[in-house]
Write a protein of this length. Sequence first.
Length: 193
Amino acid sequence: MDVVLALVLLVLFLPLFALVFLLVWIFLGSPILFFQERPGLYARKMRMAKFRTMTDGRGKDGELLPDAERLTSLGIFLRSTSLDELPELWNVLKGDMSLVGPRPLLVEYLPLYSAQQARRHEVRPGITGWAQVKGRNTLSWDEKFELDVWYVDNQTIWLDIKILFLTVKTVLFRKGVSADGEATMSKFTGPGS
């Protein structure tokens, strides 16, 4: 079902995909897509694709500047509307991701999870998920993980359909795009962060 829906969405969103592709190319240049290793099902690594939203700006020390300084106005718009996530439909077609599931986080967080938090990897990660429609980046890390594990324990086709409909509402009203004082979300440093 994920593959069929992802194909339908790719066809429907093709003009939008082309427009975002063009805007990123004009305002940010190449590369247009951003690829990053993320943990997938059973924490196996996969390459997740997104539209680029940040510059490659570096400080005098050669290190990348903080996200807030590299995030462009186009990037803010793409993130607030979740248009930067469109290329993840390719990850769904490949079988790395589902439309619905816990969002794939950074690989560097894997050793920091409690045993309960690590249960989020018992299902495929999703483009959207229960935590995304319940507060997105305004939630604490503990709240996100609690919602992710609840989803793992309660996953049904009807819950997935509900999450997809709630995602449309969340995106249209741009709810929970970033945590207070953050460009997106604070860094996860372990349970209780």
